[in-house]
Design a protein around this ligand. Structure first.
Ligand code: AMP
Length: 201
């Protein structure tokens, strides 16, 4: 099992680069944002609660979010066989600690954290475009501003947390999507032995 966390501000390209990592390494993908949007679309109780936070640009409370992720892992055992790209989780230090425990209890760990580093004006431009193209409700100027504040306050401290764990791969996330993926691939290939092995297969 090989687990990668893809980390970065909203609009940093986590979803796009996750798709490329999945096809390259055959990993499974868990996007907590997608899990929540699916609940909202199906009108579940969780969806109703999630929507009340997402529409304000706030994070879902840690205890609830951790239970949601645990449920996803428990109900899809195949996810933990080959490994997972965690996209959008963790978003707080408490979530990172919970993820560490969840994986340890399954005999595994986070192998690498890919941090997509993108200047704020580019983040805003990308989210505005995505909002126009996909109709995603929280990609509007007011909510984007709030999400960036939340990112700086609650999520960006994770960078130092994972640097401290020796797992952080900071990647220049600006520019062409294929070039960004090449940077990720080189960094992981050089520094994560388990990935270099699966690369060779
Ligand atoms: P994303 O698709 O990852 O940008 O997530 C969209 C929204 O879902 C975020 O702005 C949060 O409101 C919520 N969300 C997704 N993942 C998490 C998480 N790990 N913790 C708290 N809230 C989350």
């Amino acid at each position: 099992m090989l687990n990668i966390v893809i980390f970065g501000a909203p609009g940093s390209g986590k979803g796009t680069q996750s798709d490329r990592l999945i096809s390259k390494y055959g990993l499974h993908h868990i996007s907590t944002g997608e899990v929540l949007r699916d609940h909202i679309a199906r009108g579940t109780e969780l969806g109703r609660i999630a929507d009340s936070y997402i529409s304000k640009g706030q994070l879902i409370p840690d205890d609830l979010m951790i239970r949601v992720l645990e449920h996803v892992l428990d109900s899809n055992p195949e996810l933990t066989s080959k490994g997972v790209i965690f996209d959008g989780f963790p978003r707080t230090i408490d979530q990172a600690k919970a993820l560490k425990k969840m994986l340890a209890s399954r005999g595994s760990r986070v192998h690498a954290v890919v941090g997509l580093e993108v200047p704020e004006d580019e983040l805003i431009r990308r989210m505005i475009n995505r909002g126009k193209e996909t109709g995603r409700a929280d990609d509007n100027p007011d909510t984007i501003r709030k999400r960036l504040v939340v990112y700086h306050d609650q999520t960006s401290p994770l960078r130092d947390y994972y640097i401290g764990e020796g797992k952080y791969h900071g990647i220049d996330g600006s520019g062409d999507m294929d070039e960004i993926f090449e940077r990720i691939h080189r960094s992981l290939h050089d520094r994560v032995p388990e990935l270099a092995e699966s690369d060779a297969e």
